[in-house]
Design a protein. Structure first.
Length: 404
């Protein structure tokens, strides 16, 4: 509790009275600007926010005292005292991100800059609540136990990214429907929250991956863009006005469910053709081991003919999905990332661009396509970005994100 009767959490961000809420708003604004611009002086922050130099000094001192900011080397000008740029302190706050996928789960611990400082992984034939929670609890205990006490106190939340309606995916996973039914009755966020002394947030895994690009991406982004993540099932997200737009029920940007042509006069969903599971099936049907797809994403020794068939189908499906999304959203950028070797991702993007040229774009703008900058870790990092964004940034990730 602070002197004016408002609450204060372990990071110093305040809440309670209208005055303290304004201070918290201004603190979030400063942290958001520093995340975007890496380092800024007090004068530059005051200019960008419109706050007075005195108010900015109070904010900066408070954030520095709470360990959220660090000083850069002084920058000398032609006259006057040198300015001292401020930046986010890497160890200022730490966050956990749990990714629950169709073939593997992963828990990462990241610092305030989004760098992974701890990681645990497990693979399986298909996910069950018991496997996911057992892994999460054991991995969390291991990673927490490896932290020094002062760093342990800086952990500010857990984000979970998992496919919504997991029970609907039994058939593509090749498992009996009854094996996935327990997910209908499992609130994994609430289950994990019960044993943790920190807030827990939940989001769709592909939507969370989009959030990772928004928060941690290395390249400047426009205010609006469409995002695809190619994993066991392809999914995606939509960013509007610098915010991840998920809709009132959390299903906006469910690009994997978009209807697309599958060839030979058939139609289906994008997940049927642009996901990794049809590549998995093709490898198995040809007598090849496909487990390497889920053990790592750096190098995949795949038969060239099988890979080319998958690339052609995936690119064609993505092109039609992009055209459909462009008819609704006026954006000129599409980002594609995924659990893929980088060279293969670049081939997929190039092939998608060529497929897009064959789609009728009359009355529409043909968007540019580029690779995501976060990479295969986007789902886990996106999960970790949930508590970071909700608690420390202005542009919170995920309209449907909620404390468990």
């Amino acid at each position: 509790m602070t002197a004016d009767g408002t609450e204060q959490d372990q990071t110093g961000l305040q809440r309670g009275s209208s005055a303290s809420r304004m201070r918290a708003h201004n603190e979030r604004l400063v942290l958001t600007l520093l995340r975007r611009h890496r380092a800024l002086s007090k004068a530059e922050l005051a200019r960008r926010t419109g706050l007075s130099a005195q108010t900015m000094s109070v904010i900066m001192r408070g954030l520095e005292r709470d360990g959220l900011l660090a000083r850069d080397d002084p920058v000398r000008g032609k006259v006057g005292q040198p300015s001292v740029p401020m930046r986010l302190a890497p160890d200022g706050v730490l966050f956990y991100g749990l990714k629950i996928g169709r073939r593997s789960a992963e828990l990462v611990l990241i610092d305030f800059l989004g760098r992974v400082i701890g990681r645990a992984q497990v693979s399986y034939a298909y996910p069950t609540p018991e496997r996911a929670m057992g892994f999460a609890r054991a991995a969390f205990a291991d990673l927490q136990g490896a932290l020094a006490p002062d760093r342990r106190r800086r952990v500010a939340g857990l984000g979970i990214g998992l496919p919504f309606h997991l029970w609907d995916w039994a058939k593509p996973l090749g498992v009996p429907a009854a094996a996935m039914t327990p997910w209908k009755h499992c609130d994994i966020g609430a289950e994990l929250q019960a044993g943790l002394d920190m807030p827990v947030f939940l989001e769709n895994d592909a939507t969370a991956a989009c959030g990772a690009e928004l928060v941690f991406g290395a390249d400047p982004l426009p205010a609006d863009f469409i995002y695809y993540y190619v994993g066991y099932f392809v999914g995606g997200g939509v960013v509007l006005q610098d915010r991840l737009f998920t809709g009132p029920q959390g299903y906006a940007g469910a690009l994997g469910s978009m209807p697309v042509p599958l060839g030979a006069g058939r139609t289906g969903q994008l997940i049927d053709i642009a996901s990794l599971h049809p590549l998995d099936r093709s490898l198995c049907a040809a007598g090849h081991d496909s487990d390497f797809l889920w053990r790592g994403h750096e190098i995949w020794p795949i038969d060239a003919a099988i890979l080319q068939r998958w690339l052609d189908g995936a690119a064609n499906g993505l092109a039609h999905s992009i055209a459909g999304a462009s008819a609704v959203l006026d954006t000129d950028l599409v980002i594609i990332d995924g659990w893929l070797p980088r060279e293969l991702l670049n081939r997929l993007i190039c092939r998608t661009g060529r497929a897009l040229e064959a789609v009728d774009f009359s009355g529409l703008r043909n968007p540019r396509i580029r690779a995501g900058t976060v990479g295969a870790d986007a789902r886990a990092l996106g999960a970790a970005s949930l508590p970071l964004s909700q608690r420390f940034l202005m542009d919170a990730v995920g309209g449907a994100t909620r404390p468990a």
